[in-house]
Design a protein around this ligand. Sequence first.
Ligand SMILES: O=c1ccn([C@H]2C[C@H](O)[C@@H](CO)O2)c(=O)[nH]1
Ligand SMILES: [Zn+2]
Length: 132
Amino acid sequence: MNIESLIAEAKQARELAYVPYSKFKVGAALLTESGAVYRGCNIENAAYSLCNCAERTALFKAYSEGEREFVALAVIADAPRPVPPCGACRQVIAELCPSGMNVILANLKGDVKIVTVSELLPEAFAAEDMHE
Ligand SMILES: O=c1ccn([C@H]2C[C@H](O)[C@@H](CO)O2)c(=O)[nH]1
Ligand SMILES: [Zn+2]
């Protein structure tokens, strides 16, 4: 699976977004070590703080199906620049994905920016920091 294909998966996922409030559809696609792809879209709620981003939808779907080895995550939206994940998603990505994993940020215009998990959230607190 190459970068373009993973972005295409994220674009497909984006079509399923539930966004009556922001009207801002986001899609994500998470590639696992075994080659499986988990898609996610953002799902909003009248209680705004319950809105779930595309990235977290994809990660939670994959993790809850038993997946543990993640190799890349693509995110796409119709934005002026490659869509930047929110702080909550950065924290969840840092918790569940390897620090050197690539996160592919894209928009519908074809702009792509690739960053690592640790670039998105340097010095993130994680499970291994909790006990000696
Ligand atoms: O990386 C991002 C940025 C935003 N959103 C969602 C949250 C909300 O539903 C809408 C507007 O912020 O887009 C995502 O899903 N992922
Ligand atoms: Zn988010």
